[in-house]
Write a protein that binds this ligand. Structure first.
Ligand SMILES: [Cu+2]
Length: 279
């Protein structure tokens, strides 16, 4: 079958449209709180901090694109209009007050427009609001332990579960938190430096032996949210996922009652699971 140029063009256009539609449907079906195949964006936000991070990211991207296109346009104009062939006798102009004031002032204003939301975001992340509950996450080789000091002070280990989905993110014991409540997360390391990161909540904080770091999140949606130890240097940091289940306040209260009994002997079982994790 012979196709004219127009037909070929339309066919390619059709393919491109189908491709974009497929990509869009993939993004739409991407599950909340976990990575998706071919993902190129930030994970969908599920906390006020992450909403701000996403906004700031998009804002900066627009700014970068506009500036880059502007500089590119200037370069093209210079190359085309002022090359030796097109402009054999160059002008000897050295000063232009208006342009000099503009190219000093405009970048300053652009930087201020970045600095203001940047500092606002930084304060939002670092200035902890009054917490409704505290969770202490201790990074160990190679799993996390969680303690609930405000809810009966029980503690349990959370190890990657080989048989659970999503692969490499499922754990045996999930962290459970109530929705729309301010959760203070305290982190420390029992052996080496770990890092506690949950993308959908916009949190990432080092867990350092001998030190107590803290951050916070307020989950605005219920469901499962996955994160990962994001410390790089060490054998199995990549295999100590963080799985957070966000539930209603009532569900959280009943979970606490069950967990208190289930994990009553927790400090002892830390060693048992450490031995299990080593295998
Ligand atoms: Cu780690």
């Amino acid at each position: 079958m012979k196709m004219s140029m127009g037909q070929t063009g339309r066919r390619w256009l059709g393919l491109a449209v189908a491709g974009v539609a497929l990509a869009a449907s993939r993004t739409a079906s991407a599950e909340l709180g976990q990575p998706a195949p071919w993902e190129y964006k930030l994970q969908e936000a599920a906390s006020p901090v992450m909403e701000n991070i996403t906004w700031f990211h998009n804002y900066l991207t627009v700014l970068i694109v506009v500036i880059t296109l502007f500089v590119l346009a200037l370069l093209v104009i210079v190359v085309v209009k002022f090359n030796a062939k097109a402009n054999p006798v160059p002008s000897r102009t050295t000063h232009n007050t208006l342009i000099e004031v503009a190219w000093t002032l405009i970048p300053v204003l652009i930087l201020v427009s970045i600095a203001v939301p940047s500092f606002r975001l930084l304060f939002l992340e670092l200035d902890l609001p009054k917490a409704d509950l505290t969770i202490k996450a201790t990074g160990k080789q190679w799993y996390w332990s969680y303690a609930y000091p405000d809810n009966g002070n029980f503690e349990f280990d959370s190890l990657m579960a080989q048989d659970k989905q999503p692969r490499l993110l499922g754990v045996d014991n999930e962290v459970v938190v109530p929705v729309d409540k301010i959760v203070r997360v305290q982190t420390t390391g029992a052996d080496v430096i770990h890092s506690f990161a949950v993308p959908a909540f916009g949190i990432k904080i080092d867990a350092i032996p001998g030190r107590l770091n803290e951050t916070w999140f307020k989950a605005t949606k219920t469901g499962m949210f996955y994160g990962q130890c994001s410390e790089l240097c060490g054998k199995d940091h990549a295999f100590m996922p963080i799985a957070v289940r966000v539930v209603s306040e009532q569900e959280f209260a009943s979970w606490v009652e069950v967990a208190k009994k289930k994990f009553a002997s927790a400090p002892g079982n830390t060693f048992a699971s450490a031995a299990g994790a080593a295998q």
